[in-house]
Write a protein that binds this ligand. Structure first.
Ligand SMILES: [Ca+2]
Ligand SMILES: [Ca+2]
Length: 201
């Protein structure tokens, strides 16, 4: 093939590759609904009774160590129910990822999609769910029995090309003065598992 045609072919290939690249560009994570999550905190591990506090959490991304999640909430034996109804602008396959110490279960439109509402060290879960465009209610129930506590939930659209949209929420800021110092080794242990998980996903 003459050199000139090779150059044109290469240029065309690059243009097409660029256009395809634009099409499969990861969409933004929806781990952070614009309205945040309604968060109900209970001073028992079973979501029983009236919540002690109802607040808005921007994200579900907490690494509490051995500290209490909020002033007035137990460091052990507490539970939280987060609810949000974000609008999914695009229908398709969504990948939900979660990690928790201790127990977690996640409902999408009242359908249980991740179920590990049992005591245990930090562990991770992934579940793919097909969602039509429009609002869907996400409900996350979590409990902490003792020792370390942390929870992370995020989801992202799996694109047509099979790529997973990047879903890396930043750490939710913790109000100053609400978290007591935590033994470093314990935090590091949870943090290391956290980082391993983030790399693995
Ligand atoms: Ca604890
Ligand atoms: Ca725990």
């Amino acid at each position: 093939m003459p050199k000139r045609y090779s150059a044109i072919l290469l240029a065309l290939t690059l243009v097409v590759a660029f256009a395809v690249g634009l099409l499969i560009e990861p969409s933004e994570s929806q781990a952070n609904p614009s309205t945040g999550f309604r968060a109900e905190y209970f001073n028992n591990a079973t979501l029983q009774g009236t919540p002690v506090q109802i607040v808005t959490d921007d994200q579900i991304n907490f690494n509490w160590g051995t500290a209490a999640p909020r002033p007035g909430i137990n460091a052990d034996n507490f539970s939280v129910r987060w609810t949000a109804t974000p609008n999914f602008a695009q229908g398709g396959l969504y990948r939900f990822r979660a990690g928790a110490d201790d127990g977690i279960r996640i409902f999408v439109d009242d359908q249980l999609i991740i179920d590990s509402f049992i005591a245990g060290e930090f562990r991770t879960f992934t579940r793919d769910v097909t969602l039509a465009a429009g609002p869907h209610t996400i409900r996350v129930e979590y409990f902490e029995l003792g020792n370390l506590a942390g929870v992370l939930v995020e989801w992202a659209l799996v694109t047509a090309a099979g790529d997973l949209a990047t879903a890396v929420p930043s750490l939710t800021p913790v109000p100053a003065g609400t978290i007591e110092p935590t033994p470093l080794g314990r935090v590091d242990a949870l943090g290391a598992r956290w980082r391993m998980w983030r790399r693995a996903c």
